[in-house]
Design a protein around this ligand. Sequence first.
Ligand code: HEM
Ligand code: SF4
Length: 569
Amino acid sequence: MSATEAPKLSKNEDLKENSNYLRGTILEGLADVSTGAISADDGQLTKFHGIYQQDDRDVRNERRRQRLDKAYSFLIRVRVPGGICTPQQWLEMDRLSDENANGTLKLTTRQAFQFHGVIKSNLKQTIKEINDSLLDTIAACGDVNRNVMCNPNPFQSDVHAEVYELSKAISEHLTPNTRAYHEIWLDGEKVASTEEDVEPIYGKTYLPRKFKIVVAVPPSNDVDIFAHCLGFIAIVKDGKLVGFNVTVGGGMGMTHNNEKTYPRLADLLGFIKPEDAVKVAEAVVITQRENGDRSDRKHARLKYTVEDMGLDAFRAEVEQRSGVILEEAKPYTFDSTGDRYGWTEGTNGKWNLTLFIEGGRVRDTESYPMKTGLREIAKIHDGDFRLTANQNLIIGNVSKEKKALVDKLAAEYGLERGFKSSGLRLNSIACVALPTCGLALAESERYLPELVTELESVIEECGLHDDAIVIRSTGCPNGCGRPYLAEIGLVGRSPGKYNLYLGAGFAGDRLNKLYRESLTHDQIVAEVTPIIKRYAKERESGERFGDFTIRKGYVKPVKVAKTDWWAAN
Ligand code: HEM
Ligand code: SF4
């Protein structure tokens, strides 16, 4: 290739360019009743509409043997900016999950709802009904800015209300303009062929890759700000929001054995005033649009753009595009990524109940009617529902009058049982993986609870029941459950085998590092058990598990991801 020749664009770039602003042949594909699937190209485009084509991997082999088509169905992701919805919206999601999906709701690590198992003929009606409830699915996936997350903090309610408004404003500002979504799903009027859509922020080919924004309110780093492309750390002085430290270039995904890929923590870019946040968000998005790598999707996330441009050049371009000069970042402290369970009172005098939802899966089982319990609460609740970044749920802003009733229902349906769990379980996250995720190499959501149960015997034996230890698993290295920020991280390699990572910072401020490769369940237990035992005996006062594994030399700390992540221990 000559120096002037541009690298070949990735296939998705042509697809976006020729899709007529994300229409492709989605409408025609939906009308085709001869198959439960849509075409591969449309499958890339429907992501921008919040839909992934999947198939039931539990029955894949059997169906292949019987020469049947795969058991296709779809995932629908619902955006919930800042993670807050009304009780009415909760009831609608609950109903739709029963009537049109597999009867469960997944609360995701990015504060969204996911429906699994929606069949093609139900897609349109489901999306229409989601929109009727005033939530939507556009830009929930795809190469655009996705759901904007925000600390759901029920304590500092005044500041929280302000940062929540910001997350909604950013979300609205960066929502794609294309009318394709309305045309396809909501029977909106077709645009005349002479009339073009306009995407002032994205252009015809949108972003090189997905883009993720979060807002954090210290001391809580529950949103895992350093795992995201763009972050805003609220700086609060004397109870007032004075501005934000901006972070850029975080991201989790990597590919096994590909040293050009690595998870990366975001860098601090500088401090801005609250009124400049939307402008700066747009400038960061456009800087990525213009500089991101469109030739290699494994090198296209903002984290690589920041790494390749260098932070100073990146900042200069953001300043020039936004007209905002960033000041030096202000001091702040994060103390954890976890949720504060149980009842807390907000500064507004309302009450909040944070519940543990294992793996974020809301369902009823014979022994635990969780979904019914939450439905009964939603029927009488006068506040809101808040999805946390840890796949948990807050019954938020409960009035004094309703508190006793919510408490009674929570007790009646066993919703408070999670509070008795170990600090290990209460700080666990599992991505979905099998049977729905087409990329899963191993189990995750169906495996982690079992592993935690086994590790709990040593945790109890060592008297560590109340100690928070962050454990996360994913079925592949893409990192949807942010496993590289877990003190104990498990990443699927192949069926039944996982890489074990140790040494992340408890507050989400240091990546972990590979400790052992391709372990079976028994090997994981055998490796982790002695470390837990040693931690119980030899830790210093207040020392966190991740810090301990570094001090004792199990793994080296990852300081610069690009050089340290793949380096030998
Ligand atoms: C190359 C990178 C990635 C790809 C191709 C990818 C793809 C997917 C797919 C196919 C699913 C659907 C699984 C299912 O529900 O059946 C999923 C779920 C999800 N992904 Fe990713 N993902 C990637 C990286 C990430 C990262 C780095 C994050 C966040 C830090 C993330 C956040 C999520 C969330 C929140 C879900 C919903 C389920 C959950 O909470 O576990 N993804 N992803
Ligand atoms: S981490 Fe991998 S297995 Fe888990 S949901 Fe994401 S893509 Fe699927």
